[in-house]
Design a protein. Structure first.
Length: 330
């Protein structure tokens, strides 16, 4: 999808001796770019057209002006999705937050988060996404003096590593936040259809960090989530669509009997023999069960439900996917 554009920036090198160089930002940014460029499904289709800026040493510096100019180019595009990712030093003061390029000397001479968000707010791209792994990045989109209020336009989503009063931590040479972001993009944050959205990424990161850890911040003003990356679905769409056939209503209980179980273990002479057609259906029902779409009724396991001629019913998640199937949204 070449109507998706991403600007990925990683800054390890800082020219001023008073600003400590970093060690993991470039590697983190490269990994994020690698995952954004291609989907992870069987087709390995193109995803984002990525521009990458990496500050490694004096001959590969990335200064504030370059970051701002390229961010402007990104958000002036008419891409369906314009995504900005930054990993590097951040700074906060009473007037707001900043992200720092290689030429920063005092923090507040970096690119203002207000400027960055203004570029996204004024963009004609349908979806504008800002992801920041920098200290105090939670200030992005906030109004100085009114920190509990966000000023983001419709279609803008912001995901940051930490709150406006927190540093962004590294662990083993990698950012804690971006490590979880990478894990999410690899598939940990996908739904059953294989889609990974900004909301599911945030949920994964949020659940992975305790209340004593740095806390990610998620701000959005959108009426629909867009997929950041597609991976192979846990259950094929064809199999998910079968929910509406196997369960004529969402409260329907599917009746089982021993013919659904292919194994003869525990089968008595009075029980019906295994039926290949029922075995096929049961295999699908067991897959639904493994992914939380249904549960056996009156039995601890699906095997017991079949051998004891019990039923199985949809969970709330199963009912959700059945509705999608009924509405032809899968």
């Amino acid at each position: 999808m070449m109507d998706r554009m991403a600007l990925v920036v990683g800054v390890d090198y800082y020219s001023d001796q008073h600003i400590q160089n970093l060690s993991g930002c470039v590697n983190d940014a490269k990994e994020v770019a690698r995952l954004l460029k291609y989907n992870g499904d069987s087709s390995r289709s193109r995803n984002f057209d990525c521009k990458e800026l990496y500050a490694i040493d004096p001959s590969h510096a990335v200064n504030r002006a370059v970051i701002k100019d390229e961010a402007r180019r990104l958000f002036q595009s008419k891409a369906e999705i314009a995504l900005f990712y930054f990993s590097g030093h951040g700074y906060i003061e009473s007037t707001g937050g900043f992200i720092n390029g290689s030429d920063s000397t005092r923090g507040d001479d970096g690119l203002s988060l207000r400027e960055l968000v203004d570029l996204a707010n004024s963009s004609s791209s349908r979806h504008r996404i800002i992801i920041l792994d920098s200290c105090y990045s939670g200030a992005a989109g906030s109004i100085p003096g009114l920190e509990n209020h966000a000023a983001i336009a419709e279609g803008v989503t912001i995901l940051t590593a930490s709150r406006s009063d927190q540093p962004s931590l590294e662990r083993d040479g990698h950012g804690v936040f971006t490590g979880l972001l990478i894990n999410a993009l690899e598939g940990a944050a996908s739904n059953l259809t294989g889609s990974i959205t900004p909301g599911s990424v945030y949920a994964h990161i949020d659940q992975s960090l305790g209340m004593w850890d740095q806390r990610p911040v998620f701000k959005t003003n959108t009426d629909s989530f867009v997929s950041l990356r597609e991976i192979s679905p846990a259950i094929s769409l064809d199999d998910l669509r079968k929910l509406k056939t196997l369960f004529p209503t969402e409260d329907h209980e599917y009746k089982l009997d021993p013919s659904y179980e292919s194994r003869d273990e525990g089968r008595t002479d009075i029980m019906p023999r295994a039926d290949p057609r029922n075995n096929q259906v049961f295999s699908l029902l067991q897959k639904y069960n493994r992914h939380g779409l249904l549960v056996p009724v009156g039995a601890n396991h699906m095997w017991n439900a079949a051998m004891e001629s019990k039923t199985c019913r949809l969970t709330l998640l199963g009912k959700h996917y059945r509705r999608l199937a009924v509405q032809d949204l899968l």
